[in-house]
Design a protein around this ligand. Structure first.
Ligand SMILES: Nc1nc2c(c(=O)[nH]1)N[C@@H](CN(C=O)c1ccc(C(=O)N[C@@H](CCC(=O)O)C(=O)O)cc1)CN2
Length: 297
């Protein structure tokens, strides 16, 4: 029988533990603070930022939220980041991605103080991740590691295929999978839009991580019997629902479930873990900056 990993339940457990750590910091006079910046009128980005705001309230993190006009200049966004870099209430800074086309996203990521970079996207933190000296693991890949751990999926010695090479998921995920740390030591292949025969690659995999942003691109016939499938896609597809869309993963769930032993659903799989690990990184940031130790899960 196929096991469907309940990401919401695992995320709730992690969030409860992170909340205890936040309470411990508060007892020591340190209230963890997360600043979010939204510079977009994209509906999905608005949803994610409001979920992050709510998670802050529920975790005991002070949320400071700024919405910038998507037409504003890049300089306005960079100045906002500078303000947060200088604000002692703020331990973590998150600029919701993507930013508008006229803004150089790399310049934005580089402007965030690396100690406050709870996304783990600053080059210093990327370099640390690649060399195995991680400060902040990017939230989605870290959440996937936690899902694998909770579902007792071993990665050591296994063949993993990551579909998608984004800076947010694909690249850091592949880097974590090849490291020696727990839920690493996997033989890892990264596939992308120029991969010649994707199905040939995914069929060799014990673990497939689908993060290409293409609805239902991974179908059952592309998978090996008994594999683990982690679906990172959260695609809004037009549908006759109240909202006018439904959420569809990068994996065709029905056909993939016939092959996979373990699979994550969309929604309720990887998504909730991204928010849980952001809370984790924010509390870690507050701990690192204050020198007050916490025992994160
Ligand atoms: N600065 C960042 N920007 C973006 C990141 C990121 O980690 N940092 N990741 C993605 C999107 N993302 C977070 O921002 C995200 C995606 C999905 C979910 C989630 O909980 N999804 C739910 C469904 C929610 C819905 O109703 O739409 C689920 O899958 O169950 C949370 C966060 C891009 N940008």
């Amino acid at each position: 029988m196929t096991t469907i990993i309940d990401g919401k339940e695992i995320a709730d457990r992690i969030r409860a533990d992170v909340s205890d750590c936040a309470a411990h910091l508060a007892d020591e006079g340190v209230t963890p603070g997360l600043a979010t910046v939204l510079m977009s009128d994209d509906g999905a980005s608005e949803t994610y930022v409001s979920m992050k705001q709510r998670a802050c309230e529920e975790t005991g993190i002070e949320g400071i939220h700024r919405v910038l006009d998507p037409e504003a200049s890049a300089e306005t966004l960079l100045r906002q980041i500078d303000d947060f870099n200088d604000d002692p209430r703020v331990h973590g800074i998150l600029v919701q991605m993507p930013v508008p086309d006229h803004v150089d996203s790399q310049a934005v990521l580089e402007r965030v103080d690396p100690m406050k970079d709870v996304d783990g996207f600053h080059p210093e933190n990327v370099g640390r991740l690649v060399t195995g000296n991680t400060r902040y693991k990017p939230c989605t890949p870290h959440g996937i590691q936690k899902l694998l751990e909770a579902a007792d999926i071993e990665t050591e010695g296994k063949d993993a295929v990551v579909v998608g090479r984004s800076d947010i998921v694909g690249k850091p995920m592949a880097n974590l999978l090849v490291q020696k740390a727990p839920r690493g030591n996997a033989t890892t292949t990264v596939c992308h839009s120029r991969t010649d025969d994707l199905a040939e690659k995914t069929r060799t995999a014990d673990i497939v991580i689908a993060a290409a942003g293409v609805p239902e691109m991974i179908t059952g016939d592309m998978l090996s019997e008994g594999c683990t499938v982690i679906d990172v896609g959260v695609n809004r597809v037009d549908a006759e629902t109240e909202k006018g869309y439904e959420l569809v993963g990068d994996v065709a769930f029905e056909s993939a479930s016939e092959k996979a032993d373990v699979i994550t659903p969309v929604p309720g799989g990887v998504g909730p873990m991204t928010i849980a690990m952001l809370m984790y990184n924010t509390v870690k940031a507050a701990s690192l900056q204050s020198g007050v130790d916490v025992e994160l899960p």
